[in-house]
Design a protein around this ligand. Structure first.
Ligand code: MG
Length: 388
């Protein structure tokens, strides 16, 4: 990978008030010689954005929810902010599908991106890759597993890679008796044993849909076939992921479960920042354990892999149906155990798009959401009858 522009790097931060956005601000405040915040963009939390802006008075601030902004001023303002010639690196950490259009815009402007929002690659990985190739832009992963794989691949040749091994903690319900999953509450699903994260990704970790989305993300980031991407359960979340090579070696990246680490390397690549987090105390940990993924307990992983292999707009359907089902669960309108079956039914109903375009992705996304919302109320309509 080409090294981005030298330090100090000027950053545009999309998703400034979310969990990742706040940690980006921490790192910028700790390293004012290396980074400046040029633009702070948030979707809805005006008070939190003002609080961040007070600490970074030189940054432009923009409160605009990209999803409400069909052709509107907010969408144009975000577009301008990510294309601004003053910006060296765009950090994409906005929630879910709202991040897609600004990411494509930034890539078109030739910007490098530090990407936390995996949904962008899941929805439209092929379009993202095509924009990167055409405009010479790059993506540095912030997702901890992909950051680990990225680091394991430094200095390696493509022909030496046998497979990528994503680790997943198994979330809060790894040992919970399956027959009790029907009564899972929102609070229980949000209580991740290792990572402090936003609500959507916490629920995705509990169903392990997060790992399924990460399989698709890895496919597009590293251009590795789905058959060469495996998942293994590692409850301690210290080994963040691994790469197996043709000679039988495996390289792993280890660290404490702290998102400051993958954020820092994505912002400062190829340099490492001093003292981002304490290194894991291996003697104190004593044991690191691994176990095979239980496909019956976590059907989301195979479902996501299937959608990825089907290609076209199937991953966009998977992603949108999941976002919608999770949102309904968080509102108390669906049970936890209904989330993955809702996604499976939307995928089953979905018709493939003839050609993959941004319009096709947006239409598939809307239909999938409508399918999930409608499926609780009687028989579902044909895919083509759902509003696109
Ligand atoms: Mg992850």
């Amino acid at each position: 990978m080409r090294s981005p522009r030298p330090l100090p790097r000027r950053l545009a931060l999309l998703g400034a008030t979310g969990s990742i956005g706040r940690q980006v601000c921490d790192l910028v405040e700790r390293h004012p010689d290396r980074f400046t915040l040029h633009a702070l963009i948030a979707g809805s939390d005006g008070a939190a954005l003002q609080a961040v802006a007070r600490r970074h008075p030189d940054a432009h601030t923009l409160l605009a929810h990209p999803a409400d902004a069909d052709g509107g001023d907010a969408a144009r303002a975000i577009d301008d902010a990510v294309r601004d010639p003053e910006v060296d690196l765009v950090i994409v950490a906005a929630a879910g599908s709202t991040a897609l259009a600004p990411t494509l815009a930034a890539l078109e402007a030739g910007k490098d991106i530090a990407l936390a929002t995996k949904e962008v690659l899941v929805m439209a990985g092929e379009l993202v890759r095509e924009r990167m190739r055409r405009h010479g832009s790059q993506i540095f992963p912030i997702d901890s597993e992909h950051s680990a794989i990225w680091q394991c691949l430094w200095g390696e040749k493509e022909r030496g890679i046998r497979r990528l091994i994503l680790t997943g903690s198994g979330g809060p319900f790894l040992r919970r008796p399956s027959e009790t999953l029907e009564s899972v509450t929102v609070a229980e699903a949000l209580a991740h044993p290792r990572w402090k994260m936003g609500p959507k990704i916490s629920v995705d970790s509990a169903t392990m849909m997060n790992k399924g989305l990460e399989v698709i993300e890895a496919h597009f980031l590293f251009d590795v076939a789905y058959s060469g991407i495996d998942v293994i359960v590692h409850p301690q979340s210290v080994v963040h992921s691994m790469v197996e090579f043709v000679d039988g070696s495996i390289k792993a990246q280890l660290g404490v479960p702290d998102m400051h680490l993958p954020i820092a390397i994505a912002l400062s690549y190829p340099d490492r920042l001093e003292g981002v987090a304490p290194a894991p105390d291996l003697a104190a940990l004593g044991q690191l354990s691994f176990e095979a993924l239980d496909a019956v307990r976590y059907p989301a992983v195979a479902l996501a892999r299937e959608a990825g292999e089907r290609g076209g707009t199937a991953p966009a359907v998977l992603n949108a149906a999941n976002e919608e089902a999770v949102a309904l669960f968080l509102k108390g309108q669906r049970r936890f155990v209904d989330i993955v079956p809702s996604v499976a039914r939307a995928l089953e109903a979905a018709e493939p798009a003839e050609e993959l375009s941004l319009d096709a992705v947006v239409a598939a996304d809307r239909r999938a959401r409508a399918h999930v919302r409608a499926s609780a109320k009687g028989p579902t309509r044909l895919w083509s009858q759902l509003p696109a």
